[in-house]
Every structure is written in C-alpha cells, then in structure tokens.
Design a protein around this ligand. Structure first.
Ligand SMILES: [Zn+2]
Length: 492
C-alpha cells in the first residue's frame, strides 16, 4: 500500500455490515480504493490500518453487497399498471404489451422508460441487473447514463421457422452494432464522488477491463422463437461467447403448448398460418435438445419444472432467475426454489418488468420468495419448498452474481471485488427493535429504506438523490408517456 493509496482510500461503516449472506460484522466497515474494495473488517481495525482514509459513517444502518436483479425489462417501465386489466389472460397481456411498445412508444420513450427503471433500481440498493430488451442499443445508452452495472440481452423473436436464417442475420447485425457502441464510446470509469482535488483522481486499468455493461442475447420464449432459430442462436452465442437469457417454463399455458400443441399460443399461430408440431417434452428438455442449455443460459421463471428438468439445468450449469412476485401477479404459480437451492443451481431473484410486478424492489422480492416458499409448509408438498432468510438474502446478492457468472467481481463484500454495495437505514418504526440485521432487512424492510448505493466505487445514490441524472425531469417525462399510453390504449 503506497501512501497515495492510503490517502485516497475511503472507509464506509455502519452498525452492521453483511459481507456475505452468511456473515455479519458488527460495527463493520469496508475500505474502497478507486472502484475496488481493498479491505473488510471492523471499523476499529480499519481505522488503525488506514488512519488517513476519509470515513463515512451511516450509523444505525446495515451495509450489504449490492443487490442483483437477475430479470428486468427496463424499457417497459412506463407500462407500470398499464396492463393490470388483462393480467387474467397471459396471451392478451403479451399482445397488449407488444402492440403498445411497437405502436405508441418511440425510441426516446424507451430511453426514458429504461432510465426510469434503472433509477428505481438504484434507489432501492440494486447495483447490477440482467435486462432483456427489444431496443438494446437504447437501453444500453440509458443504463450507461445512470451508472448501473448490467448485462443487456438483445431480444430475439421469430416463431416461423422458415424465416430463421434471416432472423438470425438480423440479430447478428444488431449485436455487432451494440459491440461497436461499446468500442467507439468506452464506458469511462466514474470518478470518485468525494471531495478530493481533481488532480488525485485517476482512472485504473481495472475499469477498462471490467466495463459496467455487457451485451448478451435473449431468444424470448419457446412460444415466440422457433426451434430452428433457438438452435441457430445457441450456436451463434457459443461461437461469439455471448451470455444468453431466455424465458422458460413460465406457465401451464406454455406447458400445454409444448406437450400437446393446445391453448392460446397454438391458436395464435394458427391464425398466422404457422404450423406448430408440439415436441411433447417439457420446455427444459426441448431447450436441451435444441442445444440452448450448452450456452449455460440464464433461465427466467422455471415454474413448471420437474426433477429431471432441474437435473438437466444443474448438469449444464445453467442459471435461474426466480421471479416470485411476477409469477404470483400473473397467476402462474411458484417455482420450486428450495429444490433449486438444494441442487446448488446458480439462482438469483428477478422482478421481471414492472408491467407484471409492479415494482422493482429486490428486498421485497426476497421476502416474497421466503413467504411463498413457506405458503403450505405443513403439507408434504409444502415442506419441500421451505427456505431460510439467509438463503433468500444469498439469492438477492451472491446467488444473483453466480446466476450472471459474475461472482469473481460482485455479490459479496471482499477485498479485490468491485465496490458495489448498498446501505439500508434500520431506524424506521417498521424495523425497530433490530435483533438480527438479516431478518430486519428481509422481513421488515423494503427497497425504500435504502439510503445509499455505490457502484464500482461511485456514489450513484446518496442524500435522497440519484446523483447521475435529473430525476425531476425524468419523472415528468414518464408521466407524459403514461398519459399517451392511456389515450392510445390498444385493444388486447
Ligand atoms: Zn421477462
């Protein structure tokens, strides 16, 4: 440690520090240098080791690893509440969403919408998201401007197998454009936000090697992407080392479509003169047969999965984004979280879009995961679903990092990891007295108790404000889009 490093280091402390879901340090602290954590211990130890470091003390709060939202669609944030009237019919819900995005929202609307989603995430202690986007270039611009870490997956649609090669070519064009965006305007390392003289700021190579945004691809779902196109996309992702995300095993309607070729999805294809031969296997088996599991994909939902499906997921080292609130709101049921965790499948939590949630709050998502798992513990079926507070906290942090294959960089507070963390106040009437900070966080709190969010060493949320954008302007623009959606509402 040189004397310059010691001077530029910053200590963050609070009454409690959760370094991993399994470890709480009372009166804990961490030392940040540039974008990295360089030490984690008690405040007493770290003050002795870094006597010149600036200290930020959050008092009666808890510092946690940055929360990770493993399934979002931020471009749809302006549709919060817009689809509530068609939630009883998933096909109608998807159709209304698709028409509104295509016919009413322009590129600027999608930018504002994505930025608002990222702002909501940052305000609730989320530091990293896995976002699937039809307008990925726009979403990347919005996330860059807010300072959030993310994998942005370019969505892919195309259920007519006759067009698969053209659809893949189109995807390749989009992805190469996204990569050019990254290459021509590299994401600059954010400067430290404390009041150091400008001359002391430097931009470490680390930031160039680990930019905050990464590009992936997302074949949307087995009922919107043909088997042929899934095969082509999987091969392309393997060749180009692109992360893959896909909606899988989300509903009984999807299961009926796969097993018997029945239901709303099949009827929709008939009206478009597209023949659908059901594979008569589960979605996960189908994705295995089509080579998609070889990409180690992130699979969103996984509700209608049996033991064999879970074995396939584990065997291929794929990941799952568990989205309990969205699943409940759309009436799809619950994913077998404890079975996933028992198999040590890489599992994180996701909000899905706020069009089906209606908030983007990973603390709340963790509480729902916990309560949903316990819904009927006393039955033999229910007992198999049980999970603990520590397990859902892990899914919200380190598990999410594993699901995104970023555990080398984020998910826990340890030396040499990125300084991605959040601070939650614990003095609310809904939180006191605090016996166990993990329980206070998961069972009593929500994202609205977040008081600071730091991403790669940059304080993107502090003193009640997101520091990277003009929130008042953004709010006004989102309200305007909401009004336009209401006036031009498409028929579902
Ligand atoms: Zn989704």
């Amino acid at each position: 440690m040189t004397s310059t490093q010691a001077t530029n280091s910053r200590i963050y402390t609070a009454h409690h520090l959760i370094s991993t879901a399994h470890q709480v340090i009372e009166r804990g602290a961490l030392v940040v240098h540039d974008s990295l954590i360089i030490a984690v211990s008690t405040l007493e130890n770290l003050r002795r080791l870094y006597p010149h470091a600036h200290v930020t003390d959050y008092g009666a709060s808890v510092i946690t690893p940055g929360l990770i939202n493993t399934h979002t669609h931020f471009e749809l944030t302006a549709m919060r509440g817009f689809l509530d009237d068609v939630e009883h019919d998933f096909f109608a819900w998807l159709r209304k969403l698709t028409l509104a995005r295509r016919d009413i929202m322009n590129d600027e609307d999608l930018y504002v919408s994505a930025m608002f989603g990222a702002t909501e995430a940052i305000r609730s202690g989320v530091t990293c998201v896995a976002d699937a986007s039809d307008s990925a270039a726009t979403t990347i611009r919005a996330l860059h401007d807010t300072g959030l870490r993310a994998i942005v997956y370019q969505e892919l649609f195309g259920i007519d197998a006759r067009l698969a090669h053209d659809q893949l070519a189109n995807l390749k064009n989009k992805v190469s454009h996204l990569r050019e965006l990254n290459a021509s305007s590299p994401i600059p390392h954010p400067p430290p936000t404390l009041n150091y003289p400008l001359s002391t700021i430097h931009y470490p190579l680390h930031a160039i090697h680990y930019p905050l945004l990464r590009v992936g691809i997302s074949p949307h779902a087995p009922y919107t992407v043909s088997g042929k196109l899934i095969e082509l996309a999987a091969r392309y992702a393997l060749d180009e080392d692109l992360p893959v995300m896909m909606h899988a095993a989300e509903s009984n309607a999807e299961l009926a479509f796969m097993m018997h070729g029945h239901g709303a999805f099949a009827d929709g294809l008939k009206t478009r003169n597209i023949t659908w031969q059901p594979p008569r296997v589960s979605t996960i088996c189908y994705l295995h047969e089509r080579g998609l599991l070889d990409t180690k994909p992130l699979l969103a939902h996984c509700i209608t999965v049996d033991e064999h499906d879970l074995d396939l997921i584990k065997h291929h080292d794929a990941s799952i984004a568990h989205c309990p609130k969205s699943n409940l709101k759309l009436g799809h049921g619950r994913a077998p979280l404890s079975r996933m965790l028992k198999r040590r499948i890489r599992t994180g939590l996701g909000s899905d879009s706020v069009a089906s949630n209606n908030t983007n709050d990973i603390i709340e998502e963790a509480r729902f995961a916990l309560l949903l798992a316990r819904a009927n513990r006393e039955t033999s079926e229910g007992a198999a679903f049980d999970v603990s507070i520590t397990e859902v906290l892990e899914a919200a942090t380190g598990g999410g990092a594993q699901a995104l294959r970023m555990e080398h960089l984020i998910g826990t507070l340890e030396p040499d990891k990125s300084a991605d963390f959040a601070v939650f106040n614990l003095t609310g009437t809904h939180q006191l007295p605090v016996h166990n900070p993990r329980a206070a966080l998961i069972a009593s709190s929500s994202g609205r108790d977040c008081i600071a969010t730091i991403i790669a060493g940059r304080e993107v949320f502090r003193n009640g404000k997101v520091t990277t954008i003009d929130e008042d302007d953004l709010r006004a623009r989102v309200i305007e889009i909401g009004k336009r959606l209401a006036i031009n509402e498409p028929d579902a």
